[in-house]
Write a protein that binds this ligand. Structure first.
Ligand code: NAG
Ligand code: NAG
Ligand code: NAG
Ligand code: NAG
Ligand code: NAG
Ligand code: NAG
Length: 667
């Protein structure tokens, strides 16, 4: 995720800055003058990238419980929208996600976990809105250029193919598709994508552009009528609750199509509460999507815990339902996409904001937030930099709502400096006599007042306690009917490592793990020139990593196993650690970095392509040693840094190679 720059304070907000210090301020909620914009929902984003990687490896019942907290109506976050990455075989923040087309003659709609996740979401909420967006593309889409628009027909066909596959193989209707995450758009490509969708019978699939800033897409929409017709939603990232006047004037749906990106502690939940209300109050945005959905990637990868909840320990079963889940529930459990905002929304006199939505059939939901969380932890500071104080607020219901007699009340109190916070607690319903109600609002609170009676705070027994990654871990990649294409806990940081079955192998290597990306993708981040998949505990210092390896490239074949790998994500190119390489030309090397610049040892190994070799790497304190096929090959290489990191496997370049019988014994 990148961040957009916030712009100037809209003039109308300055007016509400100081409305006096009356003991109670009055607010009217009324539909007489007409309604505001149609609400499109609150969502979570899986991807950009590999943010749900570890979720799939949870055992039941914990995995289903996590999914319930995210998607089940009237339980937890009850999300309205699930947005996923269209995997492009490239590093996209916390790992790579596999493409449905690694090569131009390849097609497989069962790779990765996004299909599974969409189906699980749909199982719980059949009405959930599904969105797909590419971050990166396989190299062939760009014909070797790091650019997806030189052959727009190929790119459009590739994206449309993913949408068609979703329907054919998983019965999933993708409702919205984007262009290229946080990268330049191309008008010709967008029009061609529209044309290709229509031609493929996907005229109901709507286009979001451009998943970047409000400009320049808004200007292009104004200047180009054909582009205007092709685009349905203007989606901006991290808008800081504001939009530009020209975007509002297009009358298109305005979305914060990626937002939040904050550590999911109490303060993070406060940022989210303010975003959810004020994206509409200040910016007329009718959908907000959290990056990310669930923090299910190794904590030491970039942006650790920036999800609505945390599920990063499949080996223990531990997960944490964090405050953003309950803050989401304040809106999602009492509204649906298709409801409409009232025009009477706004800021509170002493800070905070309120929104009101209706289903048009007499139901009303009001969400009030009084967040003081203007610290640097929020990805965007609030617009109004004054100090929020406690305040009394009286709301007068008018129009269709004048005769409402009772409202359900749900409250969250952060109070993170003073006492224990409480989230999404049901209060005694409010009785209304003359269509009005008053609240005494403290700092850092969220209230929902609603005619909807179905809200529930879902719960499960506590999951198992948190535990480190097991010190002894083995995988023989025996997966005759794999549910997922990747092996548990391996987090690909460049390249894609998939289960592979070789029926012509006489054994014992019928079932292996294979690196399958053969050229540099059209990247989003800076992928390494090598491929690498990490696993284990970032704090591992002393350990032995063992793995059988099989090179499939004769001249320039090369593979490695590694320990103490200290970086992944967008920093993967500069990863350091202890890397033990063997090459198809009969040599070996030990390097202190993935790029292979700092050589600690090297020599002859007799290794070759199309034969299996067993590598073993031991790192203890400041010394490392290596074995080949059980015999010592090198020893006493001096390793001063890094002091700890993950174990890893990988290849010397984008080349096919296989791995088997992976094992770690950590001290
Ligand atoms: C809110 O109203 C109560 C009772 O009317 C009053 O005691 C209190 O001082 C008021 N608080 C504020 C912040 O005005
Ligand atoms: C899905 O939407 C329909 C129509 O709006 C509604 O009747 C139904 O209750 C919704 N289902 C769920 C599970 O929310
Ligand atoms: C509100 O919504 C419920 C369904 O959630 C519906 O039964 C009811 O008729 C609606 N209208 C009012 C005024 O409550
Ligand atoms: C807000 O509060 C802080 C700390 O309490 C204080 O330093 C600052 O002057 C206050 N700002 C305003 C505008 O009152
Ligand atoms: C499959 O196994 C056979 C026999 O060991 C080997 O010659 C061949 O290279 C392997 N092919 C792949 C793709 O793994
Ligand atoms: C790793 O080994 C070194 C040298 O044997 C030792 O000093 C260090 O405490 C060990 N680290 C851990 C975490 O056990």
């Amino acid at each position: 995720m990148d961040a957009a720059a916030a712009s100037a304070l809209p003039a109308f907000l300055v007016l509400v800055l100081f409305l006096g210090l009356c003991s109670s301020q009055n607010y009217v909620l009324d539909d007489k003058a007409g309604l505001g914009r149609v609400f499109d929902g609150v969502g979570g984003l899986s991807g950009g990238g590999a943010t749900s990687r570890l979720l799939v490896n949870y055992d039941e019942p914990y995995r289903s419980q996590i999914l319930d907290f995210l998607f089940k109506p009237n339980f937890g976050a009850a999300l309205h929208i699930l947005k996923v990455e269209i995997g492009g075989d490239a590093q996209t923040t916390d790992g790579t996600e596999p493409s449905h087309m690694h090569y131009d003659n390849d097609e497989n709609f069962f790779r990765g976990y996004e299909w599974w996740l969409m189906k699980e979401a749909k199982k719980r909420n059949p009405n959930i809105t599904l969105i797909g967006l590419p971050w990166a593309f396989p190299g062939w889409v760009g014909h070797g250029e790091n650019w997806p628009y030189d052959f727009p027909d190929i790119t459009a066909a590739y994206v449309v193919n993913w949408i068609l596959g979703a329907k054919t193989y998983h019965d999933l209707d993708i409702q919205y598709v984007g262009i290229w995450n946080e990268r330049p758009f191309d008008s010709k490509y967008i029009k061609l994508l529209r044309y290709t969708l229509d031609k493929s019978g996907l005229d109901k699939v709507l286009i979001i552009a451009s998943d970047n800033l409000w400009e320049p897409i808004t200007t292009y929409v104004w200047l180009d009528p054909e582009l205007n017709r092709a685009i349905d939603v203007i989606g901006a990232h991290y808008p800081g609750t504001i939009t530009v006047a020209e975007a509002m004037k297009t009358q298109k749906k305005l979305w914060s199509s990626e937002d939040y990106s904050t550590v999911n502690d109490e303060v993070g939940g406060g940022c989210w509460a303010r975003i959810l209300n004020q994206n509409y109050v200040n910016g007329l945005m009718t959908a907000t999507i959290s990056w990310n959905l669930v923090a299910s990637y190794y904590d030491d990868l970039p942006f650790g815990r920036d999800g609505l909840m945390t599920a990063e320990e499949p080996w223990s079963g531990n997960y944490v339902v964090e405050s953003p889940i309950w803050i989401t529930a304040h809106t999602t459990q009492f509204t649906q996409p298709g409801w409409t905002y009232l025009q009477t929304v706004g800021h509170l006199a002493q800070g905070g904001s309120y929104v009101a939505l209706t289903d048009g059939k007499g139901n009303l939901t009001v969400v009030i937030e009084t967040m003081t969380h203007d610290h640097s932890v929020c990805i965007r500071p609030p617009l109004l930099p004054y100090n929020l104080t406690s305040q009394n607020a009286t709301f007068q219901l008018k129009g269709s709502f004048a005769s409402i007699k009772q409202l359900q009340v749900w409250r969250s109190q952060f109070n993170f400096k003073t006492k224990k916070p409480s989230f999404f607690e049901k209060q005694t319903p409010l009785k209304l006599s003359d269509g009005s109600f008053s609240l005494s609002l403290a700092e850092d609170e969220v209230y929902t007042l609603t005619t909807i009676t179905t809200g529930q705070k879902g719960s499960y027994p506590d999951p198992p306690p948190s535990a480190p990654f097991p010190k002894v871990y083995k995988d023989d990649f025996y997966a005759p009917n794999p549910v997922f294409s990747e092996a548990p806990h391996f987090a690909d940081q460049t390249g894609v490592f998939e289960y592979h079955i070789n029926l012509t192998d006489p054994g014992p290597h019928v079932f292996t793990l294979r690196q399958v990306v053969m050229e540099m993708p059209v990247t989003w981040a800076t992928d390494a020139d090598q491929t690498v998949s990490v696993i284990g505990d970032f704090l591992w210092e002393n350990l032995t990593v063992t793995c059988d390896v099989f090179m499939e490239t004769v001249k320039s074949g090369g593979v490695f196993i590694a320990a103490r790998v200290d970086k992944g994500g967008q920093s993967v190119r500069s990863a350091r650690g202890v890397f033990f390489w063997v090459f198809a030309d009969g040599t070996y090397k030990v390097t202190n970095d993935l790029a292979g610049q700092t050589v600690l040892a090297e020599g002859l190994s007799g290794t070759r392509a199309f034969g299996w070799h067993t590598l073993s790497l031991t790192v203890q304190g400041q010394f490392a040693s290596g074995r080949l096929n059980g015999f010592p090959l090198w020893k006493n290489a001096v390793v001063l840094s890094p002091e700890h990191g993950w174990a890893a496997i990988g290849t010397h370049s984008f080349q096919l190679a296989q791995f088997d019988n992976f094992a770690v014994v950590a001290g």
